[in-house]
Ligand binder design. Sequence first.
Ligand SMILES: Cc1ncc(COP(=O)(O)O)c(C=O)c1O
Length: 391
Amino acid sequence: MASQAWQAHWQQLRQDKQQQQSWRQMHIRQWPSAQLDFICNDYLGLARSRLMRLALAEGARRYGAGAGSSPMLQGYFSSHQQLAAELASWLGRDSCLLFSSGYAANLALMQSFARFSQRTFLDHSCHASLVDGLAFAPQNWRRYPHLRLDILEQWLARGEAAQRRLVVSETLFSMDGDQLPAQQMARLTQQHQALLILDDAHGIACTGAQAKGICADLDQQQAPLVMGSLAKALGGAGAFVVGPTELLQTVQQLARPLVYSTALSPAMAYASRQALAYVQQQPQLQADLQANIQHFRQGAKHYGLPLLAVGGPIQALILQQNARALAWAAQLEKQGILVAAIRPPTVGPNQARLRISISAQHSRAQIEQLLEALNDLQRQEAEALTLEAQP
Ligand SMILES: Cc1ncc(COP(=O)(O)O)c(C=O)c1O
């Protein structure tokens, strides 16, 4: 098939990854299923809802399944144009561009702006898609420690405001679940005249005033470029970037994921319009989600589970060692409860964890079931340690 050198390379890679317990595998998801899902980013339960299934079918009936080409050629349908206009108007921005994934949107942003920035500062916990986008940038970027806006401020103060500088951050961090103080970030970047890119993939439709995300209270001057996901709380696939027309026209010239990739499915764009309308009509969804998050957090506190202190739908239970995170996830799966074991390099060394996604659709009984199972695991571990310590 390929040379011995290739064979040796693949074997070594597998061996190393297996030794570090970081060998990844895909599992076929059963649906419908009796399993309890605390993995999906489907925070409002829309992905498999009747609403979205019918909307996607109707979208396919009207527009067909695939876009067939790049949005720059024949792949831009009226469903795309309408969705983009509705997102821009909802979020109070001039324009909106759609992408086939959040990964592609972030690469596009970094290609269009980090590449031409003279100094780029990025939060250390930013998503891989933003970090990967730096491959297109010159070597003049630096990652500041997670959420340390005081350090970012020092770095910005040391440089020259007249330069083209760029600051990049997530808003609701995908692995820790903690939040950027968005107002403070906007003040800081405005004061130092740096361009700000915010990835609100996990905030849109989930949180903020009228479900407009973590940037809900920021205008286009304060947060010029905001990326949002159609694939998480909105339950579909794809992503968007909103911002000033001039900036988004720049993206259209430069972003290879937009120019050289097939557009988001027009049926999905249609379905996303229905999801967006539904979220706007149903503020109860966010209230239900918040109530479930509070319920989970209170229960975890009661059982003394090592949760990070964050209030959003992503809850991280820090277990440190890879083997421990994998064992807990496997034990839970045996009981029909799905949670994600997250290991380095996705998180820092010794930071392995269970990432628990809470949804508005979880019932109280389901959250209780998870809490009790976690408490049992914790208790079993403590008992095993006590036995080991006995002479
Ligand atoms: C913060 C953040 N940005 C971007 C992405 C990429 O989005 P997508 O899954 O649509 O490619 C993710 C995906 O999980 C994410 O968590």
